[in-house]
Design a protein around this ligand. Structure first.
Ligand code: ATP
Length: 304
């Protein structure tokens, strides 16, 4: 979460504006299915400068939400609202706020947008309430909202293990990413249900995530399932490779694909070339390394 603005209005209404970044999974290995239905994973997650924008204005009787995405609910089933309610239950403090969500991250796209919105909401409410929840309680609350939510509390790239909630920060160069999405959502649940665990290559053991050589380890076990549903993504990844991407893959459960580039110029050139034939959603953005969460990075995302 990046706190963009904190404001007090004439009538004494206080509010905040914050950015909730997307992520890509640079590596994702499924280790097995657990009795509770979740899967054990090892995944390398990289936050991006592509972000949703949340504005929280305090006041009113309870929580109210508006969102510019026509297909997202604006009730308790939205992860933003669920995060606000879980904060309320955990702290016993009633949340009175009007929340506006501007979606820039495609929905059900493997980019973690909903989880990031939930993490941003938790962090903002906790910060503005004077930090009633310490890091460990926030982490537990986040994990109950979704396996990816704790990652977005931290900021910066991390290796996630277990169901994705055991996090170890790692250092990666701030690569540039070209993202392509065919514009059709893909359910994470469907992808896991169609994953054939018996045919996955065994986990090679804790990897060395050589920061300078992503091509040697970028990988996604869920990719073959997403490709069955969207076979045309394979050709797009080959195109990205031909245009100089250092690595390319599907992110999470898809269907967004990414190409990773060392420089902005190389990424922009590849993006513009892809745009000549690709008609879906496309963006160029930067990988966030964590410490820059205090400096503005909102101007480092371009729609192509
Ligand atoms: P993951 O990779 O964590 O599965 P994703 O990027 O594939 O996530 P999201 O965009 O986070 O998918 O959305 C997953 C589901 O959550 C959608 O079907 C959507 O209806 C629901 N949802 C609820 N609240 C939100 C929100 N604020 N933003 C996006 N989706 C939301």
């Amino acid at each position: 979460m990046y706190l963009k603005e904190r404001f007090t209005r004439a009538a004494g209404v206080e509010g905040v504006k914050l950015l909730c970044p997307a992520k890509v999974n640079l590596y994702l290995k499924v280790l097995g299915r657990r009795p509770d239905g979740y899967h054990d994973l090892v995944t390398v997650m990289q936050p991006l400068s592509l972000a949703d924008e949340l504005t929280i204005i305090f006041g009113g009787d309870g929580v109210s939400l508006e969102c510019d995405h026509p297909e997202l609910p604006v009730d308790e089933s939205n992860l933003v609202w669920r995060a606000a309610l879980s904060f309320e239950q955990e702290t016993g403090r009633k949340v009175k706020a009007h929340i506006t969500l501007v979606k820039r991250i495609p929905v059900a796209a493997g980019l973690g947008g909903g989880s990031s919105d939930a993490a941003g909401t938790l962090l903002a409410l906790n910060t503005l309430a004077g930090d009633p929840l310490d890091g460990a309680r926030l982490h537990r609350l986040a994990a109950r909202l979704g396996a990816d939510v704790p990652f977005f509390l931290k900021g910066g790239p991390a290796v996630a293990q277990g169901i994705g909630t055991r996090l170890t920060p790692i250092t990666l160069p701030s690569y540039w990413y070209v993202l392509l999405n065919p514009g059709v959502p893909l359910s994470t649940r469907w992808v896991y249900e169609n994953l054939d665990l018996a045919h996955l290559a065994p986990y090679p053991g804790m990897q060395v995530w050589d920061p300078e050589h992503p091509e040697s380890w970028v990988h996604n076990d869920l990719q073959s399932v997403a490709l069955r549903r969207f076979p045309e993504l394979n050709g797009l990844m080959q195109q990205l490779k031909g245009l100089g991407a250092g690595a390319q893959a599907i992110s999470g459960s898809g269907p967004t694909i990414f190409g990773l580039f060392s420089t902005w110029e190389a990424a922009r050139e590849a993006g513009q070339e892809m745009r000549r034939t690709f008609t879906g959603w496309m963006a160029l953005c930067r990988g966030l390394s964590g410490p820059e969460s205090d400096t503005p990075w909102e101007n480092q995302t371009w729609m192509i």
